[in-house]
Design a protein. Structure first.
Length: 217
């Protein structure tokens, strides 16, 4: 079943995984980020979203900002010790571990997500595609969500609404724009191993078409 949603916000950061220290965003929302937004609005174990197209409605603009981040990570060995004995210290003091990092982020973003979903094994006997579609549309119209969707990081919240298919979609670009390789999604099929998947992203008249893209690992 198909669905279209308009999403927009002041800032977005779809960070490139190859740049670890300083955060640098992709020029466009990734398919995994679009799927995460829809799942934040409506998720059910009996359905799985697939992103078909992403329409870039605003020109791509980048800006530099600085953000406070916690540099320390919770130690896995300490967590295991705490589970066994209950005596390990799992506290991370943000005041002591804080540091500033520069980020190159997107500014004034607006996209239209075109997606469909399939019924999967977790669905109940009473579940069906029409039921899920109406629930998702109702939540988009009312601005309801399970948790606040965000553009890459929690500091950049998403505004959303149901896109009326009768409205004309006006994109920000004409012709082709090569965006290089973008993260497509994460592959969890191999036990104990998470593998990123990428694809060559080309905007055609402001539309990122994912229906026939070649995914590489």
């Amino acid at each position: 079943m198909a669905i279209m949603a308009e999403v927009w916000g002041d800032y977005a950061a779809f960070n490139r995984p190859e740049l670890k220290v300083e955060r640098v965003s992709y020029e466009c929302m990734t398919p995994s980020a679009a799927r995460g937004i829809l799942e934040a609005i409506f998720w059910h174990p009996g359905m799985r979203y697939t992103i078909d197209k992403i329409y870039v409605c605003n020109p791509i603009k980048m800006t530099n900002i600085r953000r406070n981040e916690v540099k320390a990570k919770l130690n896995a060995n300490a967590a295991r010790t705490a589970m066994r004995s209950g005596s390990a210290d799992l506290c991370i003091c943000a005041a002591n571990e804080i540091q500033q990092r520069a980020s190159l982020v997107l500014k004034d973003v607006r996209y239209i997500i075109e997606a469909h979903f399939d019924i999967v094994e977790g669905a109940n006997e009473t579940d069906n595609a029409g039921k899920f579609q109406e629930m998702l549309k109702r939540r988009l119209k009312k601005g309801q969500c399970y948790h606040q969707p965000y553009f890459g990081v929690r500091e950049f919240p998403v505004n959303f609404r149901l896109w009326d298919r009768k409205e004309e979609i006006r994109t920000a670009y004409q012709g082709e724009k090569d965006l290089g390789y973008l993260l497509y999604d994460m592959d969890y099929s191999a036990e104990g191993r998470i593998q990123p998947m990428f694809f060559h992203a080309i905007l055609k008249n402001g539309v990122l078409d994912l229906t026939d893209c070649e995914v590489c690992r």
